[in-house]
Ligand binder design. Structure first.
Ligand code: GDP
Length: 328
């Protein structure tokens, strides 16, 4: 009964836009304690009907490309120009190694982080990519219920995390730096194909000419890709967060995308597909967790690994032994 009361409290306070309670609820979702998890799931289930109304924007790019500076500029623009309420979340697979979050850090968005209309939440450290992606998905629901209209999900361009962010967001923005010559190096084709817009950052000062060249090159490169199912023509834009140029234009693109895909129903379809993806993903992840935490499996795992290493058992036979222990 006590728990019930707490669920109500979370729900009411989050719906009222209470950021302290919102933060606590997000912390609950990140907790490894089963009781916290259960409470979090109850809160999320109750808030689900109030979610879904935001524009979810994924932002990726190599470290140093200017992601946080860009979010700071775009966020402040949206608050000043349209009085939008926005949240910044992060998927940071590198925090595992460094032991501390890099993305979504308030100190990297000094002005935005002081705005009452902005909520910035760093990625939890020390969790697997699958884990962070799930928390982020749940955080999106909680933030939407709390009235945030635009949700940025930031990630670093290292491969796998983009797929996760892409499956969480409506619009996927790839930030790129104008380099000398071989622009396409270092950017995986798969990531470019996922993008709904490319933005060349730091198009200011001596960089402007290089940025314009890069823009033309990327535009050419994009022509080689098939037209995406949304029918959306992916733009290549220039921006300088430092000089505050191109920021409004990027926002106009996002708005045009929202309008177009809502009209041709791609918006809804994409969200449905994402729900299906997360349904399967959650099953996969839960099975894996349950398997590895199964007491008999945990007890024998090391021995089986050793047996595989020494050639005593084949990988398949060892796996079958453990699977049979868990699922008789
Ligand atoms: P992140 O690692 O992708 O988040 O990149 P940051 O936003 O931290 O930016 C990396 C560096 O690029 C910082 O030193 C910024 O000051 C600089 N920077 C970011 N945006 C711009 C820009 O629009 N123009 C210029 N000239 N420098 C920028």
């Amino acid at each position: 009964m006590v728990k019930r009361f707490y669920v109500d409290q979370y729900v009411d306070q989050i719906l009222a836009g209470n950021r302290v309670v919102l933060s606590r609820a997000i912390t609950l979702t990140e907790s490894k304690l089963p009781a916290d998890q259960e409470l979090a799931q109850q809160v999320i289930n109750r808030l689900l009907p109030y979610s879904g109304n935001s524009i979810r924007i994924g932002i990726t790019g190599a470290p140093g490309v200017g992601k946080s500076t860009f979010i700071e500029a775009l966020g402040n623009y949206l608050i000043k120009q349209y009085q939008k309420k926005l949240a910044v979340l992060a998927i940071d697979p590198t925090s595992q190694r460094t032991g501390g979050s890099i993305l979504g850090d308030k100190t990297r968005m000094p002005v935005l982080s002081t705005q009452p209309n902005a909520y910035i939440r760093p990625s939890p450290a020390g969790t697997s990519l699958g884990g962070v992606a799930r928390y982020t998905r749940e955080s999106i629901i909680l933030c939407e219920a709390a009235g945030f209209e635009i949700i940025f999900v930031e990630t670093v361009g290292v491969g796998q995390s983009e797929t996760a962010v892409h499956s969480l967001t409506d619009f996927f923005l790839l930030l790129l730096l104008a380099g000398a010559g071989d622009e396409l190096q270092g950017i995986k084709k798969g990531i470019m194909e996922m993008a709904d817009a490319l933005v060349i950052t730091k198009a200011d000062g001596a960089n402007q000419e290089k940025a314009r060249l890069a823009q033309a090159e990327y535009q050419n490169a994009l022509h080689l890709f098939p037209v995406p199912p949304s029918g959306w023509q992916v733009p290549v834009q220039l921006s300088s967060a430092l000089e505050n140029t191109g920021i409004g234009e990027v926002w106009e693109s996002i708005e045009a995308y929202v309008q177009k895909t809502k009209q041709n129903q791609h918006w809804e379809k994409k969200r449905q597909q994402q729900n299906l993806y997360w349904f399967h993903q959650t099953i996969r992840q839960t099975l894996e967790e349950r398997f590895f935490t199964h007491p008999d499996v945990a007890k024998q795992l090391k021995a089986k690994e050793q047996a595989v290493l020494s050639g005593q058992l084949s990988a398949f036979a060892a796996a079958a032994d453990l699977l049979n222990l868990a699922y008789k």
